[in-house]
Design a protein around this ligand. Structure first.
Ligand code: NDP
Length: 608
């Protein structure tokens, strides 16, 4: 579709596919930027203080010079699940290491007021049955999740030997001793037989390179490093420090939705700077029903998690155990919707019929969201500006019940930048459309670096066999086998979004990757090998598979308004989420790994 900056005419009464396409194209063209992902600045040098830990004091300690069996770099949710599963399998000598002052990763760093999981906590919070814990609410708040992750670390004895507030500077393979030598900013030198690298994806703040970002003299911070010493209060709110302040917040993504109601309640004046409206659907949080919890049979969490992933991936269209906004959207606009429609029609639709059906279903789903805005936001111009115009799944679906009502407050103003973003910052304000909005504090809810190169996100390079640098080997995108291993880097495993099947519920992905990792580590021991490494041929094959399977995803995003999901309009970029996602679907990916394990052949992996 051609990029067009010509606005379509007035909205017709009913569904007019041509008008909707023209509207989508217009909104996308406004939002597209030539600088793509380069519009964001790397948080180094003069921006490095944006990453400082405001929560836990960094204490001094002596450098460590020792050896461990398994070093896990990163102590977030993915690492904790993997480490717990390793312990259960009898694998020992595990050390966690993290730049944060404790475990939790995303949930360590993100402590902004109102923080909450947006996937149901009964399937998102890991190892509930193992810990005998039931979350207090359908969508738990951040503190509860952080405490649960800490409880996991204690239960599996992962804290005693951990190194926190420690940043890896280099990791080098020593062929003679068949060990990784890992150096840190604390002067540590740790030898490890196995290293699991899990740098996290929602951890490193992403800052828009807005002109003047260094000139603004008011208070600034990113939502991933909330400054309660300035705002007062805590994750539950009570931001009393803002009562006499004019505050600006940049961003209306999943974080913006959660934080805006609290800022609106406490700031003297709040300006919400919006670039692209979010499609905000109902949340419907509720306390856990103890009677329901009492009915849960062993194995319930896995069953529920699988059901959710199958349902939202269009592989189950009848049983919906979670029954929430996510599954409702799946019933409206995904393969699940197609199956349900086929059943209703009593015959499968043709590909053309599917295309038409989905486009109209998408429009109806978004109309529902837009009507919700009209029913809540009283000022008509504000309501119009809050309406999203793109396909439902172009952006991460958003849910909140207090975000929209916040715009009915007298002290809250939506400053819509009409897809173009903030013009510039001055010494004491923000300029949009030539108007300066004076603010005492500017809070960036601008997301996380999810698509720069792996080594930039990790913050260090990995030097494998024969001195090969991972940054060189992966300069055109990740090169792995099954997302976990890369040839030339023996006994090194990658967790996170590397060429893997991503479920909407990240915990499910993490569980499946942990299961596979544990299998590989067990095989290494059982088969009496010292090293385990992906073969080059298998890796090449996996990279080709990834490329091939990402084509439908790229086609889908071709007419979307850009976001981090499509690497700012460049979804073919192999470092971006679309190309780093196993496009065949999460369940298919999990099943592929299971078949590979069941074969027992270790095809594509050399143990020596
Ligand atoms: P996002 O990247 O989704 O959103 C960033 C926001 O900043 C967008 O609204 C973006 O606008 C805006 N922005 C960026 N640059 C500018 C600019 N120059 N001028 C004006 N606005 C700008 O980050 P989030 O932190 O909201 O969410 C990231 C992800 O984290 C989520 O998608 C989700 O996966 C996860 N998350 C999960 C939560 C949970 O409960 N589990 C809660 C919070 C986050 P635009 O849309 O135009 O790009």
């Amino acid at each position: 579709m051609p990029e067009t900056l010509t606005p379509p005419g007035p909205k017709p009464e009913g569904f007019d596919p041509d008008w909707v396409r023209a509207k989508h194209a217009y909104e996308r063209a406004k939002r597209l930027r030539r600088d793509g992902i380069e519009q964001f600045v790397e948080v180094t040098a003069e921006f490095s203080h944006w990453e400082d830990d405001p929560y836990v004091e960094r204490t001094s300690r002596d450098p460590v010079n020792d050896e461990v069996e398994i070093l896990m770099i990163g102590a977030g949710l993915g690492s904790l699940i993997a480490a717990a599963r390793m312990r259960e399998a009898g694998l020992d000598g595990i050390r966690l290491l993290d730049r944060a002052g404790g475990v939790g990763g995303t949930w360590y760093w993100n402590r902004y007021p109102g923080i909450q999981c947006d996937i149901e906590s009964y399937i998102y919070m890991p190892l509930l049955e193992e810990l005998g814990y039931i979350p207090t609410q359908k969508y738990a708040y951040g503190a509860e999740i952080r405490e649960h992750l800490t409880a996991i670390a204690h239960k599996y004895d992962l804290v005693r030997d951990a190194l926190f507030h420690t940043t890896v500077t280099e990791m080098v393979w020593d062929e003679a001793s068949e060990r990784w030598i890992v150096h840190t900013d604390r002067g540590d030198r740790i030898r490890a037989r196995i290293v699991v690298v899990s740098p996290g994806s929602l951890v490193r703040p992403k800052l828009p390179g807005i002109p003047g970002i260094n000139e603004f003299e008011g208070h600034t911070f990113h939502t991933g490093r909330w400054d309660y010493s300035y705002t007062g209060g805590d994750e539950s709110g009570e931001l009393t420090g803002l009562q006499d302040k004019s505050v600006g917040v940049v961003g209306t993504g999943a974080t913006g939705l959660q934080v805006v109601p609290h800022l609106g309640r406490w700031a003297e004046q709040l300006y919400v700077f919006q670039r692209t409206p979010n499609a905000v659907d109902e949340r419907g949080n509720k306390p856990t029903d103890p009677d329901w919890a009492a009915t849960l049979e062993p194995g319930w969490q896995r069953e529920r998690m699988e059901n959710f992933t199958r349902y939202t991936a269009g592989m189950e269209s009848h049983t919906d155990l979670v029954d929430d906004g996510w599954t409702r959207v799946a019933s409206e606009v995904t393969k699940t919707a197609i199956q349900q429609e086929n059943e209703r029609r009593g015959a499968p639709m043709t590909p053309e019929e599917i295309g038409e059906f989905l486009f109209e279903a998408d429009y109806r789903s978004m109309e529902r969201v837009r009507a919700r805005i009209d029913s809540i936001v009283t000022d008509k111009a504000t309501a119009e500006a809050l309406k999203p115009w793109y396909k439902r799944l172009c952006k991460r679906v958003g849910f909140h019940d207090d975000f929209l009502p916040t715009f009915n407050r007298d002290n809250v103003e939506l400053v819509d930048t009409d897809g173009r973003g903030i013009e510039r910052l001055t010494r004491d304000g923000v300029v949009v459309g030539g108007t300066e909005y004076k603010v005492d504090a500017l809070i960036f809810a601008t997301g996380y670096d999810v698509s720069s190169s792996y080594t930039r996100r990790a913050g260090f390079d990995i030097i494998g066999r024969d001195g090969i640098h991972l940054s060189d080997k992966w300069k055109s995108g990740p090169r792995t086998f099954h997302g976990l291993q890369s040839n030339g880097f023996p006994n090194c495993f990658f967790l996170g979004y590397t060429q893997t099947g991503i479920a909407n519920n990240y915990t499910h992905t993490a569980e499946e990757r942990a299961r596979h990792l544990v299998y590989l580590l067990q095989q290494r021991v059982e088969r009496g090998a010292t090293t385990i490494e992906a073969d080059l041929e298998a890796e090449d094959g996996w990279v080709s598979t990834m490329k091939e399977l990402s084509k439908p995803g790229q086609a889908f995003y071709a007419d979307c308004t850009p976001s981090y999901l499509d690497n700012e309009g460049d979804s073919g970029n192999p470092d971006g989420l679309v190309a780093a996602n196993y496009g065949g679907g999460p369940i298919q990916f999990f099943e592929l790994l299971a078949r590979w394990r069941d074969s027992g052949q270790m095809d594509g992996v050399t143990l020596s």
